[in-house]
Design a protein around this ligand. Structure first.
Ligand SMILES: Cc1cc2nc3c(=O)[nH]c(=O)nc-3n(C[C@H](O)[C@H](O)[C@H](O)COP(=O)(O)OP(=O)(O)OC[C@H]3O[C@@H](n4cnc5c(N)ncnc54)[C@H](O)[C@@H]3O)c2cc1C
Length: 393
């Protein structure tokens, strides 16, 4: 018998879920409140665990057309510029984990997922804000802001950091503001002086700040993200603000000249206030009854492990795996969603916790910074590699 999935949100997580669930043989209707499908102008890193999922969906070619595949990650001191550690990426990741480490423009990743979703015959509704839902033992019903009532067998809340679906399901309040601010920029490599162009991932670590840079769009563009610790009153209400990066430049006073040169060479920046939630506490935070949470709706995290969208994509793959089984009349939908939750929540919690820890290590000062740098120089690759993560769930 045909089963119907309703998805709230058309970001990377919602599109990935729509693709996986449609491929599982379900009829999928996706509702996005915005008038257009779009992503912010910034980059995103995808570990081999995520690239492998995309390959499994037949998107290897589409990804290769738009991504860059950096040959290494290098960690440098933001203060002295010294190289502290290196992790080979590229072919080394393929050998170790079965897929490369990719860096991609978010709009390109979003676009290739959207294209695949359109080919999978998913019904896509823009300008549709889901305003509430109810669930019974047999169905879930959502209402749109204009009063339409839609029934399905499953509701997937892929509606992001401020997820209304999460609030209806769990009622556990808003995400926490961290006072960490992210300055993001994309610049054409050809517009940078040659010494500032780069084909690798570089992380610059400094007291209360770090900067990450990597190529996107086949290496033609460079993505730069600078994170600084603001004061608690700095938390911005919204999400994406234009800025001249004066705050970032001020925070970088005293750092090495290659880093300052890079930041000064870029004029257009966007500013984000970073929010997260504490690591997940249990499976009930990932699914209850006929409602599943996915991506930032379930486990918003600091971007210090570069895996927020990655975990959304892994969630989507697992959702597809359990929902294909839920087509069997002997297996009921809530039981299968519970299996999805059980299979996902601990890994998501571990990634959230590691992202928080990374923030403390990246931004360390004093004796902790000294110890961090000494360990990186001694153990380098062993500290930077994350086998439990990159090897996949
Ligand atoms: C500075 C920074 C750097 C990052 N770097 C990385 C990285 O390198 N690698 C990585 O994997 N992750 C990274 N992330 C995390 C990643 O961006 C997020 O985890 C990911 O985009 C979340 O996707 P999502 O689909 O869950 O949510 P979103 O992208 O927020 O999508 C939610 C969608 O739901 C829609 N919506 C909301 N409410 C409703 C409603 N009521 N009805 C209908 N639609 C609704 C919204 O309009 C939106 O389109 C980074 C994040 C930041 C801030």
């Amino acid at each position: 018998m045909t089963k119907q999935a309703l998805i709230a949100g058309g970001g990377i997580g919602g599109l990935a879920a729509a693709l996986a669930v449609a491929r599982a043989g379900w009829v999928v209707r996706l509702y996005e409140r915005a008038p257009l499908f779009s992503e912010v102008g910034a980059g995103i890193q995808l570990g081999p665990n995520v690239v492998k999922v995309l390959h499994g969906w037949g998107l290897a070619g589409a990804l290769a057309d738009v991504a860059a595949f950096p040959h290494q990650l290098e960690v440098r001191s933001a203060l002295s510029g010294e190289s502290l550690a290196r992790l080979p990426l590229g072919e080394a990741m393929v050998q170790r984990y079965g897929a490369a480490y990719a860096t991609v423009h978010r709009a390109d990743l979003h676009g290739l997922l959207l294209n695949a979703v359109q080919q999978a015959d998913v019904s896509l509704k823009l300008n549709h804000t889901l305003s509430q839902f109810t669930q019974t033992a047999d169905a879930v019903t959502v209402q749109t802001a204009d009063g339409a009532v839609i029934e399905g067998d499953v509701l997937v809340g892929a509606d992001g950091l401020w997820s209304p679906v999460r609030q209806w399901l769990l009622g556990d309040g808003q995400p926490r503001a961290t006072s960490h601010l992210a300055y993001r920029a994309l610049v054409r490599q050809a517009d940078l002086p040659e010494a500032l162009r780069s084909s690798q991932v570089t992380a610059w670590l400094g007291p209360q700040l770090h900067v990450v840079q990597y190529p996107v769009r086949g290496g033609d563009w460079l993505n730069v993200v600078g994170i600084v610790e603001g004061k608690s009153g700095d938390a911005l209400d919204g999400w994406d603000h234009g800025t001249d990066a004066a705050g970032l430049r001020a925070a970088l006073a005293g750092t090495c000249s290659p880093l300052q040169d890079l930041v000064h060479a870029i004029n257009h920046w966007r500013l984000w206030a970073l929010c997260d939630r504490p690591p997940m506490q249990g499976a009930h935070q990932q699914a209850l009854g006929r409602v599943a949470l996915l991506g930032d709706a379930a486990h918003p995290m600091l971007p210090y492990l570069a895996q927020g969208a990655g975990m959304a994509i892994e969630d989507a793959a697992e959702l597809g795996r359990v929902l294909v089984q839920a087509l069997d009349p002997a297996l009921d939908v809530p039981t299968m969603l519970n299996r999805y939750a059980l299979n996902r929540w601990e890994r998501n919690a571990r990634v959230q916790a590691r992202a928080i820890r990374n923030g403390e290590i990246f931004h360390a000062d004093g004796v902790v910074r000294w110890g961090r740098d000494a360990s990186l120089k001694l153990l380098g690759e062993r500290l930077l590699d994350v086998p439990w993560l990159y090897g996949g769930p």
